[in-house]
Design a protein around this ligand. Structure first.
Ligand code: SF4
Length: 65
């Protein structure tokens, strides 16, 4: 099952991830995103990868383990 890793040193808080994919990301009080779940169903992989592709700072990685 895929999970999301966020590079908080690179993230510029632009918000695309949580505005475009609120099912997978939510905004923290400091405006950084966080995943809504520790693991996501396989059916959401495409949406997670789209979010990773759209991130302007390449801060999102879709990981498997
Ligand atoms: S799209 Fe990328 S840079 Fe923007 S808030 Fe999300 S992780 Fe951060």
């Amino acid at each position: 099952m895929p999970r999301i890793e966020i590079n908080y040193r690179a993230c510029m808080k632009t918000g695309q991830c949580y505005y475009l994919h609120p099912e997978a990301f939510r905004k923290r009080e400091d405006d950084h995103p966080e995943p809504t779940e520790p693991r996501f169903p396989e059916s959401m992989r495409e949406a997670l990868e789209e979010a990773a592709d759209l991130c302007p700072t390449e801060s999102i990685t879709v990981a498997d383990d």
